[in-house]
Design a binder for this molecule. Structure first.
Ligand code: ADP
Ligand code: MG
Length: 682
């Protein structure tokens, strides 16, 4: 078992001394200026500090939760005030009449003079010259007091400053020059133990830049490393590419949008280049990403390479296969589906043909790369809706491809505004399809109060009577404390009441993937008419006949997530509806109203980011780097751009960071692997 202190630190994400000193204060309490009691304003605003002597003090026990109340009369030569503490029985032994005390708290005026609810106090010893400071207030967790954490962090700061490596500044002199940054060691001390607020500002100014800079350095180095890996050779000149595009267009049952054409050109440019492609393709649901992926597979096949297409679930793999197979076979490409449900003989056949090079495109789940599937000549990997995968599994991909790194294309329908994408996906190149094929009927979206539920389900019955299907999404699986709708309860209730007589099924994340797949299949086949679920339906499944998406307690979801859910409908020819059922709070109604107004995922994502800071990036996290501690991507975006530019210049001039001027930076990066773990209590 971990000692409680270590466990508490753990909960704050603090595992190393480095984490500890990077646990920054959220604010500072000013314990410096004590006010004369006589000078306390009539209507004091905020917290006030007083330094005085306890004239009288009494304690009473109370019933109930608070347990005790201590009341003291404190005087400072200018006047007296009444100081009150609740629930601190230990004061009985700690505070006595005659003691000098420093008090901080909120003051109110009563008929009997000023009265302070004490937030913090300190006994000032005989003859001690009291000097208050700016006290940092840290993010805390149960069982860890600010005072303890402050002491630990103070130790961490001493240890770090005493470490010879810390004499080196991670920011190269060239980068510091002209920007007026304070020294790294100074900044570390100042953020935790500032003498005044000015110091905290100077420290933050530097540390925010440093966070962005280090992130960008990591990304630039990874980018450079990827560029140096051996790539599949798809040597095709411009003329041949133009011909291939023409041919591809004739194979498609539609004309590509301008955005699709532009993005396919970006992908082909990567694939015919010298370095392995590492590209992210963003585009709203239905924007035609799969078609673009098919185009990239065509180029791979024509240059003699195989493609692995990986979807997050088997049912999605099957749907993508159904879409792709037609297009690819018209181009003379052989494709195969490799999922768990195959019979042994068919599976072995696919495996043999893959190994022999008779199959151009194999579609499956991530098991394709993890299992012992062998390729003859793997040149392209397309990953649908799993951003992290492509980045993390490069070594596995290389092994499958016998030495070279296949081109990777990661596709996502969680859009991130272009300006931010480059930072969120720091080491990926980004392509964006920002246009839907013509003639799409936008999904009509409505925000409705819970009181409208009877009418809403009446509408569901009407749609089902017309032969359509509906989703009902709930935030929780079981009855929950949060007081939100749960899928299990809602399914039971709807079956008995509003939707009695309809074929209603339930799907949620605690079911096995076989069970889930089974239900999804019955829904996709049209047997199930209404599907009650949690957000497991968020990704991918294509049910063109579903025309209604109802989200209960929509206010608990982020806008981007709701937009994803809305994307489950509106995939067929019929008009579709998304009904967001929300508690009647003004803020929520306004926020959700954005979805009523727009169907553009990028606009939604941008609004979401504005409202929620970093926003819901679909679970995307910076890989490799730490999360930002002080920096805020939106607020500090100009700083980010500057830091990124500086980082790229450093890596371009010194790709191995071996020059003397980058010594501090190199040492800093190397030290990340050698962090001292916090094991014992201090
Ligand atoms: P995504 O993967 O981005 O959600 P898909 O590639 O699955 O989108 O395309 C959605 C639907 O639109 C498919 O049925 C596809 O055939 C069709 N489609 C794709 N591109 C076009 C286009 N340019 N014009 C018309 N229909 C298109
Ligand atoms: Mg898709």
């Amino acid at each position: 078992m971990k000692p409680p202190l270590v466990a508490a630190l753990d909960r704050l994400g603090i595992k190393t001394v480095r984490d500890l000193v990077r646990h920054y204060p959220t604010r500072y309490d000013d314990l410096r200026a004590a006010v004369k009691i006589a000078d306390i304003p009539m209507a004091p605003d905020g917290e006030i500090n007083v330094l005085g002597t306890i004239m009288r003090i009494s304690h009473v026990r109370l019933r109930g939760r608070v347990r005790s109340k201590s009341t003291a009369v404190v005087e400072d030569g200018s006047g007296q005030l009444q100081a009150v503490w609740f629930g601190r029985p230990y004061l009985m032994t700690q505070l006595k009449a005659g003691m000098r005390v420093f008090l901080r708290g909120r003051v109110e005026r009563t008929l009997a003079g000023p009265r302070m609810s004490v937030i913090q106090h300190r006994v000032v010893q005989e003859g001690e010259q009291f000097e208050g400071d700016l006290e940092p207030v840290y993010p805390l967790t149960a069982g860890l007091q600010n005072r303890t954490l402050r002491r630990l962090i103070g130790k961490g700061v001493r240890v770090t400053l005493g470490d010879p490596r810390s004499i080196l500044d991670p920011l190269p002199a060239k980068v510091v020059a002209g920007r007026g940054f304070v020294d790294a060691r100074w900044a570390l001390r100042a953020i935790h133990e500032p003498k005044d607020m000015e110091e905290t500002e100077q420290a933050k100014h530097r540390l925010i830049f440093e966070e962005f800079f280090l992130l960008a350095i990591g990304a630039a180095l990874r980018r450079a490393a990827i560029k140096a890996e051996p790539a599949p050779v798809m040597d095709v000149d411009g003329k041949a590419l133009a011909a291939l595009e023409k041919e591809f267009e004739t194979l498609l049952p539609f004309t590509m949008t301008k955005a699709q054409r532009r993005v396919l050109a970006e992908i082909w440019a990567d694939m015919t280049g010298r370095a392995p492609m590492n590209r992210l393709l963003q585009g709203d649901v239905g924007s035609g990403k799969t078609a673009v992926a098919a185009g990239s597979m065509l180029l791979a096949a024509r240059t003699g390479y195989q493609t692995a297409f990986m979807a997050p679930t088997e049912i999605l793999a099957q749907q993508q296969f159904a879409k792709l197979d037609g297009q690819l076979s018209r181009a003379g490409l052989r494709s195969a589906l490799l999922v768990g449900g195959l019979r042994r003989r068919s599976r072995d056949l696919v495996l043999d043909e893959l190994k022999a090079g008779a199959i151009d495109v194999v579609v499956g789940t991530h098991a394709l790369i993890i299992d012992d599937v062998e390729f003859s000549k793997l040149g392209l990997v397309v990953i649908d809706e799993q951003h992290r995968f492509g980045v993390l599994q490069r070594a596995a991909l290389r092994a499958k491809a016998h030495g070279h790194t296949p081109h990777t294309l990661v596709m996502t329908a969680t859009p991130i505004p272009r300006t931010l994408a480059q930072s969120v996906y720091a080491d990926l190149d980004v392509s964006i399809i920002d246009e839907l094929p013509p003639g799409r009927l936008p999904v009509k979206t409505y925000v409705r109060p819970a009181s409208a539920k009877p009418k809403i389900f009446e509408f569901v019955r009407e749609q089902v009577a017309l032969g359509r299907q509906a989703f009902v999404v709930c935030p929780a699986i079981e009855e929950s404390e949060r007081g939100v709708h749960s899928a299990e309860e809602e399914a039971e209730r709807l079956r008995a009441e509003e939707l009695a007589g309809l074929r209603v099924a339930l799907v949620h994340g605690r079911m096995s993937s076989q069970e889930k797949d089974e239900v999804m299949r019955l829904f996709a086949d049209g047997f199930i008419q209404v599907l009650i679920s949690t957000t497991v339906v968020e990704v991918g499944v294509d049910i063109p006949n579903a025309t209604v998406m109802i989200v209960l307690d929509a206010h608990v979801f982020g806008l981007a997530q709701l937009h994803q859910l809305r994307g489950r409908v509106g995939r067929g020819a019929e008009k579709s509806y998304c009904i967001l059922v929300a508690a009647e709070g003004a803020d929520d109604t306004r926020r959700l109203g954005i979805l009523e107004k727009t169907n553009d995922g990028f606009v939604v994502a941008e609004e979401d980011l504005k409202i929620r800071g970093r926003g819901d990036l679909g679970g995307v996290r910076q890989h490799g780097g730490d999360d930002f501690k002080l920096a805020h991507l939106i607020r500090d975006f100009p700083v980010f751009l500057e830091a990124k530019k500086a980082a790229e210049a450093v890596v371009a001039a010194d790709p191995n960071l071996s020059k003397h001027e980058n010594k501090g930076l190199a040492a800093h990066l190397a030290s990340l692997d050698r962090d001292t773990m916090i094991k014992a209590t201090s």
